[in-house]
Design a protein around this ligand. Structure first.
Ligand code: 13P
Length: 246
């Protein structure tokens, strides 16, 4: 049984003090969970100095080109040089506030592979799409465009299913709802000749609901926003995920 993958997405939050607290709180968790901290890029040099074996770090975005006149951007190569192992790509906040299309998301995922980073690509439906029973259509379309832009058989691809209506709202998808979407994503990828390394669930994951989510067969881990910003809370969440992993 592989350890559950718990990815903390700090978004535009956190501090060096929080990173120190999280590192300390996670010391006892090593081995039982696989933790990746998606940090603001400015904290990566401290992460490199501070984090012990088993706790890795990630960026929350990358540019799709290796270098160039793109003020304010960071390339996947730069992120890899900072020792990161993964990058989140296509988070719904990037799609909404920075107008990232499925095609741009695919280019960014490609850039991650080129630089040796593992992409964690987010997909998810709006509340309106869920109410119109279009969840599967929306997430499969996002996945299909992504896969069409990747080299056939690209491995180590991680998909995070993050229903937009569940992000930061306290209204998480039920384990059954998430399981159903994860199974469809796996199936769709397989039909296109890809094997998804892991499928994560994100959206209001907390210490007290992570166990039920992790008990589902196609939920390999979670992508955690708000609940990753407390060292003790995040450590407890990791413990609960480890205790009930399917
Ligand atoms: P919350 O856990 O705060 O709902 O955020 C989820 C998320 O967007 C993680 O990427």
């Amino acid at each position: 049984m592989t350890a559950p993958l718990i990815v903390a997405n700090w978004k535009m939050n956190g501090s060096e003090a929080l990173l120190r607290d999280v590192a300390e709180a996670l010391v006892d968790r090593q081995g039982s969970v696989d933790v990746v901290l998606a940090l603001p890029a400015i904290h990566m040099s401290l992460a490199r100095a501070l984090l012990q074996d088993g706790i890795r770090w990630a960026s929350q975005d990358v540019h799709w080109l290796e270098s160039g006149a793109y003020t304010g951007e960071l390339s996947a190569e730069m992120i890899a040089q900072m020792g990161a192992s993964h990058s989140i790509v296509g988070h719904s906040e990037r799609r909404e506030y920075f107008a990232e299309s499925d095609e741009i998301v695919a280019k960014k995922a490609n850039a991650c592979f080129r630089a040796g980073l593992i992409p964690i690509v987010c997909v998810g439906e709006s509340r309106e799409a869920r109410q119109a029973e279009r969840t599967e259509a929306v997430v499969c379309e996002q996945l299909e465009v992504l896969l069409a832009g990747l080299p056939q058989g690209a491995e180590r691809l991680i998909i995070a299913y993050e229903p937009i209506w569940a992000i930061g709202t306290g209204a998480e998808a039920t384990p059954e709802m998430a399981q159903a979407v994860h199974a469809v994503l796996r199936d769709t990828a397989q039909k296109r000749g890809f094997r998804l390394d892991k499928v994560l669930y994100g959206g209001s994951v907390k210490e007290d609901n992570v166990a039920a989510l992790m008990s589902m067969p196609d939920i390999d881990g979670v992508l955690v926003g708000g609940a990753s910003l407390s060292a003790q809370g995040f450590s407890a969440l990791c413990a609960n995920a480890a205790a009930t992993h399917n």
